[in-house]
Design a protein around this ligand. Structure first.
Ligand code: NI
Length: 177
């Protein structure tokens, strides 16, 4: 069984810090690959749909995403297969934005409505250093924008148009939407 990390919460300096690029030497190391496995295991343990390295106090430009159809935090959303992206960069973000609910493992128990671009194009390296480039839409595009923000020290609260939709999960279940 893979190691689990403790997730850093808002207020820990690493959440607002800067993150360095991953090097080819790191990618080739067994320790780096083990850390990626631990990052994925942590995302799954906390029912996350994405997790960025700084959230586990690892100040690197990388994140993982995976939306399982059974995810209890986002049961309405379409699935996204497990992917790990290193040194990601935007190629394109389309002008149109849509509002939808987001939470964050580093801001536990809360969610709020966040405007995000509907379509994005990203380029990155996969966990073995192979270049990848792809487009994503809807909730997948939203998760990518959320995780990309983490690499720049931003959280979804910074992207909300206002705080009026900010809700505890329990109240959201009862009164939300
Ligand atoms: Ni987050």
């Amino acid at each position: 069984m893979a190691t689990l990390y403790k997730v850093a919460r808002l207020g820990h300096p690493v959440i607002r810090g800067t993150n360095t690029l991953v090097t080819p030497e790191e990618i080739a190391s067994a320790e780096f690959q083990k850390n990626i496995d631990a990052l994925i295991a942590t995302m799954r343990e906390y029912d996350g749909v994405g997790i960025a390295a700084p959230q586990v106090r690892w100040a690197k430009q990388l994140f993982a995403v995976e939306v399982l159809p059974s995810n209890p935090r986002y049961p309405q959303q379409a699935g996204v297969p497990l992917s790990v992206y290193l040194n990601p960069q935007w190629v394109r973000k389309d002008g149109e934005t849509i509002d939808d609910w987001e939470g964050c493992l580093s801001v536990p128990d809360l969610r709020g409505k966040v405007p995000r671009f509907l379509r994005v194009e990203l380029k990155a390296l996969d966990r073995h250093g192979k270049p990848v480039k792809f487009t994503a839409e809807g909730f997948h595009a939203r998760v990518l924008q959320h995780e990309m923000d983490h690499l720049e020290g931003k959280v979804y609260l910074d992207r909300m148009a206002g705080m009026s939709t900010l809700s505890f999960n329990q109240e959201f279940e009862r009164y939300g939407r």
